[in-house]
Design a protein around this ligand. Sequence first.
Ligand SMILES: NC(=O)c1ccc[n+]([C@@H]2O[C@H](COP(=O)([O-])OP(=O)(O)OC[C@H]3O[C@@H](n4cnc5c(N)ncnc54)[C@H](OP(=O)(O)O)[C@@H]3O)[C@@H](O)[C@H]2O)c1
Length: 213
Amino acid sequence: MTTIGIIGAGHIGSQIARKAVQLGYDVVIGNSRGPETLTQLVAELGPRARAATAAEAGAAADFAVVTIPLKNYKALPAEALAGKVVIDTINYYFERDGHFPELDAGEATTSGLVQAHLADSHVTKGFNHIPSGDITTSGTPAGSENRRALATASDHEDAAALVTRIYDEFGFDTVNIGPLAESWRVERDRPAYVVRQNAEELKANLAKAPRTI
Ligand SMILES: NC(=O)c1ccc[n+]([C@@H]2O[C@H](COP(=O)([O-])OP(=O)(O)OC[C@H]3O[C@@H](n4cnc5c(N)ncnc54)[C@H](OP(=O)(O)O)[C@@H]3O)[C@@H](O)[C@H]2O)c1
């Protein structure tokens, strides 16, 4: 049985957990306030899920999802996540996260920052440009007409391959942007951000993205 460690139990973390347990994954989920604050969520998720600290969720993971505000990314448990694929949903909202000058200047990417912190993990961008509610409702079987597509980017082929498989199981096609250095193409306020698009539309939106906003 595969265990997904989910760090962050808000809109996105809870939705990924819901779909994951439906698909037969085991889930260990953590937040910043402690497992006792997740009683209701794990009761809803059922016997495949348990709450833990963020570090325990990382340690239990066969692969992980990190889904917290960017301002806290340096709190992610690098040691627990070492050697693992980490799907990174994190976006940059300066209104929430404060300003990151390297992001404002177009000299870095959000997932690049996460990869630098999780230096011994294989980080891949995932689920960052889909509204949380759509994760459980807008997937369709492989080969469906006009199937929704989601983007990824990674410096590690195994990580991009894993998120491609997870996207497919969740009901989405994948467009691989390439290395993390190109992942700005699907960051906030670009044409591909939080709109429903199939793979061809997503590729076109990625291609016309401006480097800075
Ligand atoms: N909402 C969306 O539709 C959406 C779509 C795509 C991507 N995103 C991005 O995905 C990330 C999560 O978004 P969200 O909407 O799910 O946020 P959210 O509802 O505010 O939830 C954030 C979660 O992160 C946890 N957290 C914060 N700091 C932490 C830390 N240091 N260690 C462990 N857990 C921590 C919070 O736990 P506590 O409550 O205990 O602090 C909470 O469970 C963000 O970067 C967001 O920009 C969001």
